[in-house]
Design a protein around this ligand. Sequence first.
Ligand code: 5GP
Length: 191
Amino acid sequence: MNLLEERIRKDGVVMEGDVLKVDGFLNHQMDVRLFQAMAEEWKRLFAGCDINKILTIEASGIGIACIAGLTFDCPVVFAKKTKTRNIAGDVYRAEVRSYTHNNISEVIVSKKYLGAGDRVLLIDDFLANGAALAGLMELAAMAGAQVIGAGIAIEKAYQPGGKLLRERGLRIESLARISAMDESGRIEFIS
Ligand code: 5GP
């Protein structure tokens, strides 16, 4: 998606540790008009798929997922990161290794908000090693919900998550796919 690629070129900063900083428009200050254009692109790509729920993960996927929820006209659920066990009630649980913090969090979704009959679109800001998406897939599987696909804003395609999850049969629609980047500011995209 050209609009997103242009914005990454203009405002993205490559940090050490293979982290692209995009907090001027994606995951701190949020350009909701850009989110709207992204959501419309996912709506076009997943047309006819009868998506009736969007599932994302706390925290940085939530803003994008909410705008997608408006476009798809369906509820948005986010998997919550918990620190304390056993206080959350009747929930599905999965463990996810955070790419940016390099720790493992438990994420939960209430059984009330995900279940059989749900046709789920997973949404997240980045795809790197695939841990966040795999955790969401695990929660959906426990709930008996059907994952129709994943809408990702930025896929770092030189990292293994996209290949691994596509091999597992997940349809992933990434709006910008980075093939290489480095701290000199070079960012290359797969067109
Ligand atoms: P994965 O679970 O696929 O390894 O990484 C995806 C998650 O890590 C996303 O939810 C995102 O928040 C975070 N992430 C991964 N790579 C980057 C990056 O280059 N920049 C930022 N800002 N977040 C990233």
